[in-house]
Design a protein around this ligand. Structure first.
Ligand SMILES: [Zn+2]
Length: 473
């Protein structure tokens, strides 16, 4: 393992995240993206009857394309306040809803709730402030304009002076944030207050009876945590094909709470997944250097030394074989690698940490990257369109780092990656290769690790027992 000289020391978590994010992206497709069409319905349910891996792989490309097409358009925060005349009149008619609520505490305190069609001007008017007050507020500074980004249901609180002038304007814009304008000698001063959530741990347990995503949602696990769980176990469990009815999971994760309300989640602290009768455990551990990774309960790394596939969303167009007809040379030749077809420009990732032996042209391979991993392993990536920035002969790369992009340079019939894997100089099938394990917990940190992992494991046992007992009653 080598480190890039240009970067700060703890590089491992990043590496891990990159690898995990690739898996998460794939799973996100497999799990949730397509509730509608037939083909994908099969994938959505991570179905119990998928048995052809080849068929699966060929579907991936379509799926990836479709995923791009279904990118969500997030709602503009301005959408609510763009008031057409029609909107305004509707609000007027449908308005038994009292927009102005008198507060008992102070007579000069007013609250309004943003309704459809409201603008800052209409809200000011509702509390009896003149249009000039709106201008004054907005002219007070750039940040004050945040008060124009109104959301339906948002509450604005006004403090008025004895003269009826605005002294203070306050609004909570999220569970964590509120903004305030306070009148002072030099006009209005803007202030943003961010609440710091308290962090606690939460537990869920689920049994799969239809799909992972449905079962996880029913158990109360968010989409994000479901993806996290899938990537934590992604090296051991094939979530696209191996999930079965009756599979179970337990998860302890961080929950962020403000005023008793959950406002977000943090990482999974520990998890257990039983797949077809075999139970896998995972514990998050942050070492003394500050880098976090997942380990089995006994301290072995969950991360394997190599990622399975150097290209996400690719289709295998040619497998490893000792004899096939070469498409261009038209002769029987060994194909000592795996071809992944994907659109031109698709990123290619380093399968593991290593030293770049070559980033350049290499005959029929076209633009090629060769990486040496430790002593025994070497990977080769051919036909690239180009190399990623900073990837050069003699340099180092981290696992999951983008090293180049799919192309069709050299002897190639179309955009694809030609990927080779060598062990001690011998070509092996990367799909057949049993992936070597990454390093376990360092001996010096083993005690510290167990101090953290044992209580988490015990808690999962206890919580699960309690839960099952109460559901039987
Ligand atoms: Zn090839």
């Amino acid at each position: 393992m080598t480190t890039e000289p240009s970067k700060a020391p703890p590089l491992y978590p990043k590496t891990h995240l990159l690898a995990a994010s690739g898996i998460a992206a794939l799973l996100s497709l497999a799990l949730l993206v397509f509730p509608s069409s037939d083909v994908e319905a099969k994938r959505t349910t991570l179905s119990l009857e998928l048995d052809s891996p080849a068929e699966q792989l060929t579907q991936d490309q379509d799926t990836a394309d479709a995923a791009q097409a279904t990118t969500e358009v997030s709602a503009s925060p301005f959408a609510q306040i763009e008031s057409s005349d029609q909107d305004a009149s509707q609000t007027a008619q449908a308005a038994p809803a009292p927009v102005v609520t008198e507060e008992k505490a102070a007579p000069n305190h007013r609250e309004v709730v943003v309704a459809k069609g409201d603008t800052l001007s209409t809200l000011f008017a509702k509390v009896g402030l003149p249009t000039t007050a709106v201008h004054e507020v907005l002219a007070s500074g750039k940040q004050a304009k945040q008060f124009t980004q109104l959301k339906h249901g948002q509450k604005l609180e006004f403090e008025l002076g004895a003269d009826g002038q605005l002294n203070n304007l306050h609004s909570k814009i999220s569970d964590l944030e509120s903004i305030t304008l306070t009148k002072g000698a030099n006009g209005y001063a803007f202030n943003r207050i961010t609440a710091k959530p308290t962090v606690r741990s939460a537990y869920v347990h689920g049994v799969i009876n239809s799909s992972l995503s449905q079962s996880a949602a029913r158990a109360g696990l968010s989409h994000k945590l479901t993806m996290d769980m899938a990537s934590v176990f992604g090296y051991d469990v094939d979530f696209a094909q191996d999930i079965r009815q009756g599979d179970e999971f337990d998860v302890i994760y961080e929950q962020k709470v403000v005023n008793g309300k959950t406002v977000g989640t943090g990482p999974i602290l520990s998890a257990r997944f039983t797949n077809r009768g075999k139970t896998y455990t995972a514990v998050r551990y942050t070492n003394k250097q500050g880098s976090s990774s997942y380990y089995t309960a006994d301290g072995n790394s969950m991360r394997k030394a190599f990622i399975r596939t150097p290209v996400d969303f690719a289709r295998i167009s040619s497998r490893f074989s000792m004899g096939r007809k070469h498409p261009i040379l038209n002769k029987i030749r060994a194909h000592k690698g795996v071809d992944y077809a994907a659109p031109r420009g698709t990123p290619i990732k380093a399968a593991g940490d290593g030293k770049v032996l070559l980033a350049g042209r290499r005959g029929g391979y076209g633009n090629t990257v060769i990486i040496q991993h430790g002593n025994a392993y070497r990977t080769l990536y051919g036909h690239m369109q180009g190399f990623a920035k900073g990837v050069k002969t003699g340099g180092n790369v981290k696992q999951g780092q983008v090293i180049g992009y799919i192309g069709t340079t050299g002897l190639s019939t179309g955009p694809h990656l030609h990927y080779e894997f060598q062990v001690n100089g011998v070509h092996v099938d990367p799909l057949g290769q049993k992936l070597p394990m990454a390093d376990p917990i360092a001996k010096a940190e083993r005690g510290r690790f167990l101090q953290q992992s044992q209580p988490l494991m015990a808690r999962m046992d206890q919580e699960k027992a309690t839960m099952l007992a109460s559901s039987k009653r």
